[in-house]
Design a protein. Structure first.
Length: 93
């Protein structure tokens, strides 16, 4: 399956609306060297990135399953948003 970065970003934003709600810039690209997708979150001076397995991304975008990708991005977003109160949430550290 040929995956486009725009499709992956749209799926991530759909799964985690708090990304846009809190003004977090998100970009992604496929790294041929590691054969994985790199997703970077940036807000002001904060920046973090994570790597997603190519097969997990393909499965999610094909509508098969989003468990691995969803859990990884979900934990990442939660950690990012809670670190230094980057995103306003009702969750207490």
């Amino acid at each position: 399956m040929q995956v486009k970065a725009s499709e992956l970003l749209a799926r991530i934003r759909e799964m985690y609306p708090e990304i846009e709600k809190n003004g977090i810039q998100t970009l992604c690209f496929y790294d041929e060297k590691t054969e994985a997708w790199v997703v970077e979150f940036t807000q002001e001076e904060h920046s973090l990135e994570t790597h997603l397995d190519k097969k997990d991304v393909e499965d999610c975008l094909a509508g098969k399953k989003c468990i691995h990708m969803g859990v990884q991005i979900g934990r990442f977003v939660e950690s990012y948003c809670l670190k230094d109160d980057v995103c306003p949430t009702d969750i207490k550290k």
